[in-house]
Design a protein around this ligand. Sequence first.
Ligand SMILES: Nc1ncnc2c1ncn2[C@@H]1O[C@H](COP(=O)(O)OP(=O)(O)OP(=O)(O)O)[C@@H](O)[C@H]1O
Ligand SMILES: [Mg+2]
Length: 316
Amino acid sequence: MPHDALPRDGGPVIEVDRLTKRYGGTTAVRQLSFTVRPGRVTGFLGPNGAGKTTTLRMLLGLVEPTSGAATVDGHTVRRYPRGLRHVGALLDAGDVHGGRTARAHLHALARSNRIPAHRVDEVLAEVGLAGAPAGRRVGGYSLGMKQRLGIATALLGDPPALLFDEPLNGLDPEGVLWVRGLFRRLAGEGRTVFVSSHLMSEMENTADELVVIGRGELIAAESLTEFAARGTRPTVTVRTPDAGTLAAALSAEGAAVAPYDGETLKVTGLSSDRIGEIAFEHGLLLRELATETASLEAAFMELTADSVEYLAGEPR
Ligand SMILES: Nc1ncnc2c1ncn2[C@@H]1O[C@H](COP(=O)(O)OP(=O)(O)OP(=O)(O)O)[C@@H](O)[C@H]1O
Ligand SMILES: [Mg+2]
């Protein structure tokens, strides 16, 4: 969908401009530039260690950039006097005084940010922690409950811009559905919603726009639809009792053929129409002929393959 067709509603624009962060010899973020617009959910994707958390911390004024700028509505966030009313954030859900109750934690934040006290019960209800759980010490919370409290904290000041770092971690399936709905609603209200994840599957049904990074650098910034169209080579699954003969015939036509099991081939480089014709020309019986469009997950893995830092099973 073209950007201009979506509501703008005056929500803030997040702007990252040639942002760089070095820690000693490590460059966590390198010359990163992108824009996050209001009225939609933008997913911030990258493999482990890509620089997502570092970027979000710079956006929140918690880490000083080495160079470049990260702004919300043209300002660096620390310039705002009462931060939670402008930008709400969930960074590290575990970063709460464990001896406090959820309600006490939110009341303290509400006071210091001049947020009306009634917001505390509103957000507790919104995240499903109202009643008894709100009166329990946060130290005894499960990961999912901490995550819900973190989301409540982000919502407390009713901010027009919201940043979430891996908010789906630890949530059960019902929680994941709820968070997706919440993000959609916040974006629908014209807010700017920026959500990080290292899993494309989490963003697939959540984000309208994607910012993809790897090793601190920008890989893609575009709509989910545009992203899905990249790097996708459809694979055709063919099942036939004459797999060997068909494989040879398809290879001769330039297809890449991978035997899957005794009867099944996975074919790229030829359309299912063409594969059907070739089988017909050779008098071969087909029991299945199906095109699988590559998943978003596959496109994500293909695009970030060169920037995955921690590969399981790799020799050191
Ligand atoms: N305080 C720090 N000191 C030194 N290096 C750091 C620091 N913070 C981050 N880094 C390094 O910067 C890089 C990016 O880390 P970051 O946490 O931003 O990645 P991420 O995309 O959030 O990863 P994950 O998906 O695992 O959360 C990593 O190589 C990390 O080791
Ligand atoms: Mg992170």
